[in-house]
Write a protein that binds this ligand. Structure first.
Ligand code: NAD
Ligand code: MG
Length: 281
């Protein structure tokens, strides 16, 4: 897939709002909630669009209140907040750049001020800048990718630990690229691999506190990240066994499962929502 250029500062960033045709489906109309997350508070990063937005909507449908953290798409975030409120849940919007630790700490402070509790942390925000050659990955891009995709997992989770207690959960967003590599996304796939190591290590560390740490490793999912990263997306997802890209609505329910009590005996694991590609480990 031909790439778009790594953006210089002040130019459009991948992940930015992008007119999508067709519009992604965030929750299938037939999805029924059953109070799986009733009165829990969930903080979801990158909750304004794509997989994060789907997660926010499913969590709200299951009775959770939301802290939705996003980078810059206020219109997207407001429309998700409106949907959450229609379902009878609360939604606190926080527009911030999570690559700075102080901003992650602020998110936790705002969450506790608003709700007095936090039960579910979904680390999901990310960016990608495809390059055909390792030689084209500038130091600037390398830093940007790691500062965006993995450092906030440490910052935010560190800040959250003070409030999480037995039965609470942390859910991290890796990618199929962590498991099989990606020719065009060497730096991005490296951060997604780091997220696997982070998840497994933290799950071991927090097991004695009965806090579960799991993850989702999506394959090709139709979100704004895709058209904002690649010029030609005509074959996106076609090479999966199911022969198509997935919708965010097909990923959100995996987060519900991992966040809920249904998943009381699983920690340190990933769900591979990837259209059928077999993942070895
Ligand atoms: P998306 O662009 O809709 O969502 C990503 C969001 O991250 C953005 O909306 C933005 O608000 C947020 N974000 C980016 N940088 C940020 C920063 N510095 N501070 C705060 N927020 C920031 O894309 P998506 O596809 O839904 O991506 C969600 C997750 O899914 C990412 O972790 C991505 O790596 C992962 N993923 C996506 C696919 C796919 O095919 N779409 C495949 C595998 C993994
Ligand atoms: Mg977005």
């Amino acid at each position: 897939m031909p790439k778009k250029e790594f953006p210089e500062q002040n130019q459009t960033q991948p992940g930015k709002a992008h007119k999508m045709n067709p519009e992604p489906t965030l929750m299938r109309p037939s999805y029924k909630g059953s109070d799986k997350l009733k009165d829990k508070v969930a903080l979801v990063t990158g909750g304004d669009s794509g997989i994060g937005a789907s997660t926010v909507l499913h969590f709200a449908k299951e009775g959770a209140h939301i802290v939705l953290v996003y980078l810059e798409e206020t219109k997207d975030a407001q429309s998700i907040k409106a949907e959450v409120e229609q379902m009878g849940s609360k939604c606190l919007l926080i527009k911030t750049d999570l690559s700075h630790e102080v901003n992650c700490i602020h998110c936790l402070q705002a969450c506790i001020e608003e709700y007095g509790q936090l039960n579910i942390v979904v680390n999901n925000a990310a960016m990608q800048f495809p390059q055909d050659s390792l030689l084209d990955i500038t130091k600037k891009q390398l830093h940007k990718t790691f500062e965006t995709n993995i450092y906030p997992y440490f910052y935010l989770t560190k800040a959250a630990l003070e409030y999480l207690t037995e039965g609470d959960t942390i859910i991290n967003t890796s990618s199929v690229t962590a498991y099989r590599g990606s020719e065009h996304l060497v730096d991005y796939a490296s951060t997604k691999g780091a997220i696997v190591g982070f998840t497994r290590s933290l799950s071991a560390q927090l097991a004695s506190k009965k806090i579960r740490v799991n993850g989702v490793a999506p394959g090709p999912i139709w979100t704004p990240l895709i058209p904002s990263s690649f010029d030609d997306i005509s074959d996106f997802g076609q090479d999966t066994p199911l022969g198509r890209a997935g919708q965010p609505s097909e990923v959100g329910p995996a987060y519900v499962f991992l966040a809920s009590e249904d998943n009381s005996y699983i920690t340190g694991q990933f769900i591979h929502v990837n259209g059928g590609e077999i993942i070895g480990s």
